[in-house]
Ligand binder design. Structure first.
Ligand code: ADP
Length: 187
């Protein structure tokens, strides 16, 4: 498989927007687990029915559920040919371990879009998505600290973590990300 990347960052860090642009520029497939889950909710599938209340409360869908969904997606031809940028996954060390067993050496870069808590809180309250209640936002940020932040060390130990400052305009942040990805892709 060509290059595989993940983008980490607090909820509201802008990683979804940036992930779409980066994937397009580098010609890899953008895989957003949040989008996949929201599509399942909209379609009223069994997964969607299970996921809806979990998502509304700001909790995480169990690893056993999300890992299988991601694995299936990674096996599709477009990803096998084009590579991927995962957005919203992994969110726990268990998910990261599952991911590395699925993709092995093709996972070459973990980007962390770094934006402080106060800033992401303000941004999320402003965007007003269905699951952006104060309670759900607080819960998601808590889970980020307990479950997702340890991934920075996990990827750091594997030598593939790059931290990118997520403050500034969308274009400024995009340029920073592009220069980091460029260094890996052109190696
Ligand atoms: P946000 O980054 O604001 O949480 P996402 O679109 O990434 O938004 O995710 C929305 C919700 O979907 C999460 O709050 C969570 O309930 C669920 N979800 C998405 N990705 C995962 C994942 N990797 N593991 C568990 N739950 C997930």
């Amino acid at each position: 498989m060509p290059i595989g990347m993940v983008i980490l960052g607090r909820q509201g860090s802008g990683k979804g927007t940036q992930a779409v642009r980066i994937a397009e520029l580098f010609g890899v497939i953008h895989i957003s687990t949040g989008d996949m889950l929201r599509a399942a909710v909209a379609d009223g599938t069994e997964l969607g029915l299970k996921a809806k209340s979990i998502m509304d409360s700001g909790d995480l869908v169990p690893d056993s559920v999300i890992n299988g969904i991601v694995k299936q997606r990674l096996l599709k031809e477009d990803v096998q040919q084009g590579g991927f940028l995962l957005d919203g996954f992994p969110r726990t060390v268990g998910q990261a371990e599952a991911l590395s067993s699925y993709v092995e050496d093709s996972l070459q870069l973990a980007l962390n879009l770094d934006v402080p808590i106060d800033e992401v809180m303000a941004r999320m309250l402003a965007r007003g998505r269905d699951d952006d209640t104060t309670e759900a936002i607080t819960r998601r940020l808590e889970l980020y600290e307990t479950d997702t932040a340890p991934l920075l060390e996990w990827f750091g130990q594997r030598g593939i973590l790059k931290i990118v400052d997520g403050n500034g305009t969308e274009d400024e942040v995009f340029d920073r990300l592009v220069s980091v990805v460029d260094q890996i892709v052109r190696k």
